[in-house]
Design a protein around this ligand. Structure first.
Ligand code: IMP
Ligand code: MG
Length: 343
């Protein structure tokens, strides 16, 4: 019998924790048949270095850089204009996209009216103004437009049920499906579990991956990504007073890939991390940007509303790892990585 299995990459903070880097690592070391973007729209910004060139994609999943079938899933909203811009950008950059990029026919569409509305109304919570919220509102209000009814998208449409459970893959077939599910945004921006109303309009957790036609049993590894400090972009005050946070922002080059806005910074909050690890069912965790705290020379976290300072890098890593161990994540499934390195 053929099998259907999936690994998930999920962000444990407020986005921008290095999902792209983990996607690269997993695509190189494991054999996926599909990469699935499972939530969000053109609000995401994935920076990818491929063969010496820098690419920023907003809609198209990272799998395309590895020649893996890449799908914009039913949990996403898609801006067709942005989608075609990205296709052109990838082709111009020498990435072969033909026959590699697909859109779930039941994904919803971001229209120009959604973008106009988001530019006016999104200021309140500081959205990316990409039409994300209005597109999801119409989806749930049952007045939305699906990808299937946009003629230009026809060549890219895919039926996820057939893709995951095609009859010719059923009995006796060795044609196994192994999907890498790539989340967008992060736990603190999740519509249900984030800091409402300062959230995005989609499901950024592992549960969001399931909404793309995947049965819970299909999920194997869940790779959580976090930074060793936190960043957030949006209109609430997030960064505490103190020069150290500006230093972290500068050393970490913390500017949004989509809007160029300066991200606010703070210490890592252990309770946010614990909630995200539990709710997402994280099995592996990658912390990025250790070099940034090293450059600033400060090591600290928040734990139960107290700032805990550490004398050195090792003490902080040990503290975090021992906390994760109590949540069932063994040491050899915890990785600490640097800005410019892969894991
Ligand atoms: P929206 O998703 O554009 O509606 O924005 C809602 C909130 O999520 C705002 O605070 C955005 O800055 C934030 N946001 C949306 N997408 C991303 C992302 O990919 N990385 C980081 N923050 C994001
Ligand atoms: Mg991003």
């Amino acid at each position: 019998m053929s099998t259907l299995t999936a690994d998930v990459i999920v962000d444990l903070q407020y986005g921008d924790c290095g999902k792209g880097k983990v996607a690269h690592h997993l695509c190189k070391t494991k054999k996926y048949t599909h990469v699935l973007r499972y939530n969000g729209g053109a609000n995401a910004g994935h920076t990818i270095f491929h063969e010496g060139k820098k690419f920023i994609t907003h809609q198209i999943p990272a799998g395309v850089f590895f020649g893996i079938k890449s799908i914009v899933g039913s949990g996403c909203v898609l801006d067709p204009t942005q989608f075609f811009n990205e296709l052109r950008m990838l082709e111009d950059g020498g990435v072969d996209t033909v026959g590699k990029i697909f859109i779930a026919e039941n994904a919803h569409i971001i229209t120009n009216a959604h973008k106009e509305e988001d530019k006016r109304e999104g200021v309140r919570i500081g959205t990316t103004a990409r039409g994300n919220g209005p597109a999801y509102r119409e989806k749930y209000g049952r007045t939305g437009v699906r990808a299937a009814s946009v003629p230009e998208l026809k060549p890219y449409l895919i039926n996820l049920y057939e893709e995951w459970f095609a009859p010719d893959r059923a009995e006796g077939s060795k044609d196994n499906v192994h999907i890498l599910c790539e989340g967008a945004q992060g736990f603190g921006l999740d519509i249900d579990w984030g800091d409402y109303p300062y959230v995005t309009s989609s499901h950024c957790t592992t549960a969001g991956a399931l909404l793309n036609g995947l049965p819970p049993r299909a999920i194997k590894d869940v790779w959580g990504v976090a930074k060793v400090y936190e960043t957030y972009v949006g209109s609430k005050k997030f960064q505490p007073d103190g020069d150290v946070f500006n230093k972290i922002g500068e050393a970490g080059e913390e500017y949004g890939a989509t809007t160029g806005r300066r991200r606010q910074t703070n210490w890592m909050n252990m309770q946010t991390l614990e909630r995200a690890v539990r709710i997402n069912g994280v099995t592996h965790i990658v912390f990025s940007k250790v070099d940034v705290l090293r450059a600033v020379g400060a090591w600290a976290v928040y734990d139960h509303d107290q700032t805990i300072e550490f004398n050195n890098e090792k003490d902080m890593k040990d503290f975090v790892a021992s906390r994760l161990e109590t949540l069932g994540i063994p040491n050899d499934q915890i990785y600490f990585s640097e800005s410019k390195e892969t894991i």
